[in-house]
Design a protein around this ligand. Structure first.
Ligand code: PMP
Length: 355
């Protein structure tokens, strides 16, 4: 750290992204990426013509992509915000809507406390219940802006649409941000509620269910006034925060053919998740029933950090968090059926060595 850094930033603890290894080839189940490539229309859209057009700035309004998203999600263009990954939208939301503090779970997406610290926002931490489900009643009682990942990460557990509505209606004077990064793997989206509630902002991403984590594209749906607030921040920081290639890819991912492709691949992934859950349970693992593209797994006889290290030695990367409450678990992204078969086989061997 240089002596020039602002004092208020000197104690900031940054978010640690999952490892992107370059040393050797791993089975990579540590950052919840989609195991399949983007749809063929996406690949075709990022072509030589688009490359040549890089000479020009992209459309800062992203009008075409917004219009398509609006059509697909049954809202107006004025209800859609697009940005550089949903992290960008969460960042803007903490900046814009959390003057009165931010309420979020103790076990949830690790970026929320980082944003809160970055902007000097008071955090109201609402512990998950003993079964690791969200304490909906406590979110109904808070006086802070609510930020909820649904399904939650890293547990994979979701709350019902009725519970989301309960939280949103109990907090009419505060924004409720529902982070739906993982909703396309069996969760219930709250997008329909954005028509009824002016305080609800729903964020989604192309990173998890559309195989485009590398493109950095997220979007939010909400009341036009909330979207205008986010635009205010975007135009006060970086109006061109989405490049031409990503905008083109984002539109192509919404073609009829792409939507069919993604629906099929998402179903395949959910089937792999259920098979993996059953196979791991059969060999003695405890697996939390997940509605996301990952599972949260504990092997009763093996320490969480040790399992993580042993899998790494065997060429498989999964994610371990040191937080006391979940240190016995590993979060394992759902890969291809072959990758998951290898994972189960290696975990079985590790358990076997223990006996
Ligand atoms: N929300 C949650 C709950 C996540 O796990 C992630 C991925 N790390 C994100 C948001 C951010 O995703 P992205 O910026 O790639 O859209």
């Amino acid at each position: 750290m240089s002596r020039f850094l602002s004092k208020k930033l000197s104690s900031l603890e940054a978010y640690t992204p999952g490892e992107q290894p370059r040393d050797k080839k791993y089975i990579k189940l540590n950052t919840n990426e989609f195991p399949y490539p983007p749809a063929p229309d996406v690949v075709a859209a990022v072509n030589a013509d688009e490359m040549r057009a890089l000479r020009l700035y992209p459309d800062p309004t992203g009008a075409e992509l917004k219009a398509r998203l609006a059509e697909v999600y049954g809202v107006g263009s004025e209800n859609v915000f697009i940005s550089n990954g949903s992290d960008d939208i969460l960042n803007f939301s903490f900046m814009a809507f959390c003057e009165n503090g931010a309420a979020y779970a103790d076990i949830t997406y690790g970026f929320y406390p980082v944003f809160a610290e970055l902007y000097g926002i008071n955090s109201k931490i609402i512990p998950l219940k003993s079964d690791l489900t969200l304490d909906v009643d406590e979110f109904c009682r808070t006086d802070s802006t609510c930020v909820i990942a649904n399904p939650n990460a890293p547990t994979g557990l979701a709350i019902s649409l009725e519970d989301v509505e309960r939280i949103v209606s109990a907090n009419e004077n505060r924004v409720v941000v529902v982070d739906e990064a993982y909703v396309d793997f069996g969760g219930e989206s709250a997008v329909s509620l954005t028509k009824k509630y002016k305080n609800l902002l729903v964020c989604q991403t192309y990173s998890k269910s559309r195989g485009m984590a590398g493109a950095r594209l997220g979007f939010a749906i909400g009341d036009a006034a909330l979207i205008a607030d986010l635009e205010l921040i975007k135009y006060s920081t970086n109006p061109y925060n989405l490049d031409r290639l990503t905008l083109a890819a984002g539109v192509a991912a919404l073609s009829d053919g792409s939507r069919l492709y993604y629906a099929e691949k998402q179903s395949e992934l959910m089937a792999t998740r259920e098979r993996t859950t059953a196979a791991l349970t059969a060999i003695g693992a405890e697996v939390i029933p997940s509605l996301a593209n990952f599972i949260f797994v504990k092997i009763p006889s093996i320490d969480g950090a040790e399992l993580n290290a042993k899998l790494r030695e065997r060429g498989i990367l999964v994610r371990h968090f040191k937080t006391e409450r979940i240190k016995d678990y590993n979060r394992i992204s759902i890969g291809t059926p072959e990758e998951m078969a290898t994972l189960v086989c290696e975990i079985e061997k590790i358990i076997g060595e223990r006996k």
